[in-house]
Design a protein around this ligand. Structure first.
Ligand SMILES: [Zn+2]
Length: 439
């Protein structure tokens, strides 16, 4: 199949037509959540609105936000799904647990229709990033506590690709198996797992380039657009690496097309996106070059729909035409607002540190972790763990410490206590935590 889109109609729909279609779905969805969830009814009542007051995307700004923490809290108190459950157990067919990037593990529920919607959006994104029915994908996401396991597996199947469910753990066996299967393969994992596998392969005496893994689909972590990161993975594996942004709670996926112009939002007809200023909470127009936090609303979800859910993902938006012809907006993630650390009054995103450290290859791997013992604002970073590339002599470390400190100060304007660790110690099989908060 050589068609350029998974769903040509929705992915290339002119903005005016999409708006009409989405306004109708939004009206229906608002009536649905109001009728089925006392939690959402309370949100409407708190601002004196009825579902009929929400006619189009701009009207959403009148409603309060939904925070993941509110929902996670009720699950900890014993609820299976939480107050945003709108469908009965009779209609719910799947519960998926998420690992919780922000320390908030959550259970999500799905009806048949919700699974259809997720698979549809997933297939759009996967197709955009070059996945085709002839691909053989080894899925290295956790199948038990991470939505990227089962749900993304289903999206690959929907597209028609062949998927091998591997999950996480036992990296050595994975590499052995990949070596055994001579056929051309694709890897689906976090980007940092692809880096971690490089350390394991080195210990095993395996050259990743011999494994015939030609495509890498990466999700779960931001940073693929950091200069040097993608190239490093591509060089290690001899593959083409593609970036995918997924938000399991919403069921929305976004991916880069072959022109690498940012992540194409794949939620047309299923999810409405808004951009807000995370501090003032005011809506920012979704226009080219604008920067803000993404907020999403499901307009076709039944089991546990979300209305104005704050993602805490800080993005830059692009709306100029992409040569591929997709009409929705595109974006690059800059980082998560809850991973942001304020040092000496300056907002530092982990991606900025990553960029600085990646520029110091081959002495460093580029992997790192911040450890905070007290809540920001802070004047310096008490512990910055930094992976040293294998083969660096111990005698070179004092100079390397000085160099890292100098670069961080020069590029980002802050000081840190640097603690070196061995290659492969920080990059994890799952999602690599960039900020550890011990307070
Ligand atoms: Zn494109």
């Amino acid at each position: 199949m050589s068609r350029p889109y998974w769903n040509e109609t929705l992915e290339t729909l002119p903005a005016g037509q999409l708006r009409k279609l989405e306004s109708a779905a939004l009206q229906k969805q608002m009536a649905y959540v109001y009728a089925t969830s006392p939690y959402y009814r309370k949100k409407f009542d708190s601002v004196g609105l009825k579902p009929a007051d929400i006619q189009c995307q701009e009207d959403l700004a009148k409603l309060p936000f939904t925070e993941k923490t509110e929902l996670a809290q009720t699950q900890r108190e014993g609820e299976l799904i939480g107050p945003n459950q709108c469908a009965s157990m009779e209609d719910i067919i799947r519960i998926v647990g998420t690992g919780g990037t922000s320390g908030q593990p959550m259970r999500l529920a799905w009806t048949q229709n919700d699974v259809r919607g997720y698979n549809e959006m997933g297939a759009r994104a996967l197709w955009a990033m070059g996945c085709r029915p002839s691909d053989f994908v080894v899925n290295c996401f956790n199948y038990s506590i991470y939505a990227g396991g089962v749900t993304d597996h289903m999206a690959f199947e929907t597209l028609g690709a062949t998927v091998l469910p591997y999950g996480v753990g036992n990296s050595r066996r994975l590499l052995d198996m990949k070596a055994d299967m001579k056929v051309e393969k694709a890897l689906y994992s976090t980007p940092s797992y692809a880096i971690r596998l490089a350390s394991v392969a080195e210990e095993m005496g395996i050259n990743l380039r011999d494994l015939n893994v030609k495509k890498g689909f990466f999700s779960g972590e931001a940073g693929m657009q950091v200069p040097g990161y993608r190239e490093r993975i591509e060089n290690l594996w001899g593959m083409e690496a593609h970036d995918l942004y997924g938000m399991a709670e919403l069921g929305v996926q976004s991916a880069e097309c072959e022109h690498n112009t940012g992540l194409h939002f794949s939620g047309a007809g299923e999810v409405i996106a808004e951009l807000i200023n995370p501090d003032t909470e005011e809506v920012i127009p979704m226009e080219h070059g604008q920067i803000g936090e993404l907020v999403f609303t499901n307009i076709n979800r039944e089991a546990s729909p979300l209305v104005r859910m704050r993602t805490h993902d800080y993005v830059e938006v692009y709306t100029d035409p992409c040569p591929c012809g997709r009409t929705g907006f595109r974006f690059h993630t800059r980082g998560r607002t809850d991973d942001m650390v304020v040092i000496k009054g300056v907002n530092i995103f982990p991606m900025a540190i990553q960029k600085t450290l990646l520029a110091m290859q081959p002495r460093l791997t580029g992997e790192f972790q911040m450890v905070l013992d007290k809540a920001p604002p802070i004047d310096y970073l008490p512990i910055l763990k930094v992976e040293v590339a294998s083969g660096q002599p111990a005698a070179a470390l004092p100079q390397l410490t000085e160099d890292v400190a100098l670069q961080l100060y020069k590029q980002l304007g802050f000081s840190a206590n640097i603690e070196f660790v061995k290659a492969g110690e920080i990059a994890s099989e799952h999602k690599t935590k960039r900020v550890i908060r011990n307070y």
